[in-house]
Design a protein around this ligand. Structure first.
Ligand code: NCD
Length: 331
């Protein structure tokens, strides 16, 4: 077990020991969430600010609930009703929250690198404020990949979820990979855990340059990362299928002929899952375009779909991250 991070900005340099620390800590918080009083005093008196400069339902609410379950005071900020509309800069917004005594900032922004810039500023000011990246542009979404890892590992061993359980497992990630920070963070966590990761998308949503870039930035994962421009090879014998939302708001134009055609070629359906291993499970980070990336009935299937479990896992995993960043004891 190991942890010495003040900030969680990316999973690119996470070690297996750090993944296990998050998984085990989340596991003990999952137990707290089954009690009658689902709350612990761990972060009493501390302030967690949720600075979401981009829309979000589940991630923002999940962080808010996680902070509240740890007894922290929470501040919520929504860009559209903030002083940003009066021309305040993002760094000045962060410093305003700092001046109120914020201990941790959870940040989402449509531009990659904003959480890092705020973390750098906090370090420069030497104020010991932790910054957590809740999704920055097309870069990373570490807490989502960690909750995905926790969901998958818990399915394999609910008592002792740990990253080595994924050794040799095949995980297909299907969909709008080009625009997906979720896919990027998952590539790091899944390959570090020993899984084989198969990416599948049309070439416009999975350019050759993307694969080359990922492999160049970490040559060690080359043997575990596979690229497919058709769906079948990714699905054959897969243990888990991770579908991604088609990010229409980020698709400038002409990347797809039509949503119907996309569903025909890359949509995940019960029938297509027959190519996978028996016992396969499907994940989706949400929000879902029903009937586009995944068929509506499959999404609602209580056995095959892990989508609700992912949301539930999210609270325990985010409690673990806030606890660890706040200096909580490990192990
Ligand atoms: C994702 C996000 O916003 O990055 N959703 C989430 O956080 N659960 C994925 C998406 O928007 O498609």
């Amino acid at each position: 077990m190991s942890w010495n991070r003040r900030h969680v900005l990316s999973l690119a340099d996470f070690s297996p020991a750090e993944y296990d620390t998050v998984l085990q800590t989340a596991s003990s918080f999952r137990e707290v969430l089954t009690r009658r009083t689902k709350k612990v005093p761990t972060l009493q008196g501390q302030v967690v600010a949720n600075l979401f400069f981009e829309p979000s339902t589940r991630t923002r609410s999940s962080f808010e609930l996680a902070a509240k379950r740890l007894s922290a005071d929470t501040l919520n900020f929504a860009a559209s009703t903030s002083s940003l509309t009066k021309g305040e800069t993002i760094l000045d917004t962060a410093k305003t929250y700092l001046a109120m005594g914020t201990d941790m900032m959870v940040i989402r922004h449509k531009e990659a690198g904003v959480p890092q810039a705020i973390a750098d500023e906090m370090d420069r000011l030497n104020v010991k404020v932790g910054v957590l990246n809740a999704g920055d542009g097309q870069h990373e979404h570490p807490s989502q990949a960690l909750l995905d890892l926790f969901t998958i590992c818990s399915l394999i061993n609910v008592e002792k979820p740990r990253s080595a359980l994924l050794t040799g497992k095949k995980v297909a990630i299907v969909g709008d990979i080009l625009h997906s920070r979720v896919a990027r963070s998952n590539i790091w966590s899944l390959t570090a855990s020993g899984a084989e990761v198969h990416l599948a998308a049309p070439p416009t949503l999975l350019p050759k340059a993307f694969a080359a870039f990922v492999k160049d930035s970490n040559p060690e994962i080359s043997r575990q990362l596979f690229i497919h421009w058709t769906l079948e090879p990714a699905l054959i014998d897969a243990d888990f299928v991770m579908t991604l939302r088609l990010q229409k708001e980020r698709m400038t134009s002409h990347l797809l002929p039509s949503l119907r055609e996309y569903h025909q070629q890359f949509g995940i359906t019960r029938d297509r899952l027959k190519l996978c291993k028996p016992g396969v499970r499907v994940l989706h980070p949400g929000p879902v375009n029903r009937g586009v990336e995944i068929s509506s009935d499959l999404m609602d299937d209580p056995v095959l779909s892990l989508i609700s479990q992912q949301v539930t896992s999210g609270v325990a995993v985010r409690m673990a991250l806030l606890y660890l960043m706040g200096g909580g004891k490990v192990g």
